[in-house]
Design a protein. Structure first.
Length: 328
């Protein structure tokens, strides 16, 4: 899918392009390629003189491979954007290309973004830019606003994690956590821990991208100050993710502690039963001896006497354990 965004009266207007002829009719500041086909890439190269690298969305982590400037003036940035999906939270790699200086190409002043699937942050920016005139001034502003919206999206996701952990915390701290409930709680905690880790990685990547934009001296004074504010927001998100990691670890330890208590209860029951059955076992062992002269062997009441003695010797320890509260 190939979408272009033009700026008119301070607002962004979106057009979906289906042919090269349509592309030549507009002068956009932002060209967004979602899972582009070979034909759409050919249109971009033919009209703008821009070649999209084959490895534009590779999973490189080296800064030299993700943030660099070509000899022809093209600025390349590869950044990750979070998708908070209930079933499959993930990060999507987006490649940005911005030509700032080469006036010989039609791509000058146009931001190109390439990604495999739709990103919530992109939808958020498009909605805001349509409603708020003056929000976007140029292609650099689009890129900066995307990173700003990404930090805000991460903050909203963190608030969602906190709400989920509050529900889990009520279940854990209410006590009487069964093994079934403990399993559900551990699964919920694991999901939130994974999402929190993705957010931390996402904001770290956003920080690197914004810092690169500031070092490249591509921003004017107002945009530079906005980039500094984004970095301050990211710093506060880092502290919040650290707090959530501590809370997750506490809930994890508490849940595991309840599991251990439940296991100890089972082991205690077996231990009490074993101790209570020791005296009857001893009595049965004594009367199981094959000596010729044993007083009770010749008596008619010998057998019921031995059975009664074994029952009494079992009930005695059980009564004592119950009195001491060891059976609770």
């Amino acid at each position: 899918m190939l979408n272009i965004f033009t700026l008119a009266n301070g607002r962004l207007f979106q057009e979906e392009i289906e042919s090269l002829e349509e592309l030549t009719k507009f002068q956009p500041i932002w060209v967004d390629l979602e899972a582009p086909t070979l034909e759409e890439k050919r249109w971009i190269k033919q009209h703008y003189g821009l070649s999209i690298p084959e490895d534009a969305m590779d999973e490189d982590i080296e800064e030299s491979a993700r943030f660099y400037e070509e000899d022809n003036g093209e600025l390349h940035i590869r950044s990750d954007f979070l998708i908070d999906d209930d079933e499959d939270p993930r990060s999507v790699r987006v490649a940005f290309i911005l030509n700032q200086h080469n006036a010989n190409l039609k791509s000058r002043g146009v931001l190109f973004s390439i990604h495999d699937e739709d990103v919530p942050v992109f939808r958020l920016l498009r909605m805001r830019a349509r409603r708020a005139p003056g929000l976007i001034e140029d292609a650099k502003e689009v890129l900066l606003k995307l990173f700003d919206a990404d930090a805000e999206y991460s903050a909203d996701t963190l608030e969602g994690i906190y709400d989920e952990l509050e529900l889990v915390s009520k279940q854990v701290l209410a006590g009487d956590v069964t093994d079934t409930r403990a399993g559900e709680v551990l699964a919920a905690i694991a999901r939130q821990e994974d999402l929190n880790g993705r957010i931390r990685r996402n904001v770290m990547d956003t920080r690197r991208a914004v810092s690169f934009m500031m070092r490249s001296k591509m921003l004017n004074a107002e945009q530079f100050e906005e980039a500094r504010q984004i970095l301050r927001d990211i710093e506060s998100l880092d502290n919040h993710t650290a707090f959530l990691f501590d809370k997750i670890n506490f809930l994890m330890d508490a849940t595991v502690g309840f599991i251990n208590i439940n296991q100890n209860k089972i082991i205690k029951i077996f231990s009490v039963a074993s101790v209570a059955l020791l005296p009857p076992t001893l009595i049965a062992s004594v009367y199981g001896m094959n000596f010729q002269y044993m007083p009770e062997l010749a008596q008619t009441w010998g057998y019921p006497y031995a059975l009664g003695l074994m029952v009494a010797s079992a009930l005695g320890p059980m009564w004592y354990f119950r009195k001491r509260g060891w059976l609770k």
